[in-house]
Design a protein around this ligand. Structure first.
Ligand code: GLU
Length: 294
């Protein structure tokens, strides 16, 4: 197996400590496996993308000594591939147009909640739009046992999600004409030949959907490892919206040491004077922590 990993930042602001932890974990895992490490800029969420943020992120990664093995991929260059994947799913009869507004879905979920059933999309448009205009495209999830997706997370252990009761038919093409993260990430990882995905545990909840989508598209399922997310004092995931500050490009050691500590690597990063020295020690600690045989 030729290991291929990746870091896939959304350019909603500069790299901050929370995203550095994901970058470092994916970088160390690739090094521990002597594999390739790629970067993908997830810049297709128009409303959230901040001009210039992608360039800032790429520059910080360079300053921190994390050099990608191939030129970065930009999701905005790959729209034609998302359209092809959607066409493939349409031909296979696996997707359907949905005309529900947010309010209609919220209302039906409220009723479902009152009846003590689940909060998954109730499948209103499964059998037709009932005269409503099409707004989004949804992937039909299976019923019964087939809806249960199980995978072994290399950090968090066995994970199970029932797509029918916990998620429902999910959106691939949004009502605002944007491609959904779930579709783009699966198509991109498959086209890039990614074998190992290492990212924050906030994305754990999306993984079963992505595995199901891989099966629908006939592409391989990579290995997964989700690292604990960094939270602020209120226990919320650290993000640009709740006070995460940009990293200082000229002071990599402090931030990298703190990121290694967050990953439980038990090494004193500030004792190193070169990034190569730090990464060699951190890679060995990562391999031991995650059971990679080197
Ligand atoms: N772009 C996503 C984020 O920044 C990460 C996607 C992924 O790693 O699958 O949260």
């Amino acid at each position: 197996m030729t290991y291929r990993g990746r870091f896939a930042p959304s350019p909603t602001g500069p790299l901050h400590f929370g995203s550095l932890v994901s970058a470092l974990a994916s970088w160390l895992d690739a090094r521990a496996h002597r594999g390739a490490w790629l970067v993908r800029v997830e810049d297709i969420d128009g409303p959230r993308t901040v001009p210039g943020a992608a360039e800032e992120i790429l520059s910080t990664l360079e300053h921190f000594g994390m050099h990608a093995d191939e030129p970065p991929v930009w999701q905005s260059d790959r729209i034609a591939r998302y359209q092809e994947a959607l066409e493939q799913l349409k031909t296979a009869g696996l997707v359907y147009p949905c005309g529900c507004t947010r309010k209609e879905i919220a209302d039906s979920l409220l009723h479902a909640h009152a009846r003590n059933t689940t909060l998954a999309y109730p499948g209103t448009c499964r059998n037709g739009l009932h005269g409503k205009p099409a707004r989004a495209w949804r992937l039909r999830v299976p019923d019964g046992d087939a809806a249960v997706i199980t995978f072994e997370d290399r950090w968090q252990g066995k994970q199970t999600q029932n797509l029918a009761t916990e998620v429902g038919d999910f959106v691939l093409r949004r009502a605002d004409d944007q491609w959904a993260y779930q579709l783009a990430v699966v198509v991109d990882d498959a086209d890039a030949g990614i074998t190992h995905i290492v990212r924050g545990a906030d994305l754990m909840d999306s993984t079963a959907r992505q595995i199901y989508l891989q099966r629908c598209l006939g592409v391989p399922t990579p290995e997964y490892l989700h690292v604990p997310v960094v939270t602020n004092d209120e226990g919320e995931k650290l993000s640009k919206q709740n006070g995460a500050t940009a990293l200082d490009n000229d002071k990599p050691f402090e931030a990298l040491s703190a990121a290694a500590r967050h990953l439980g690597l038990g090494l004193d990063g500030t004792a190193h004077t070169t990034l190569e020295g730090f990464y060699a020690a951190a890679t060995a600690a990562w391999a031991q922590r995650t059971g990679v045989r080197v």
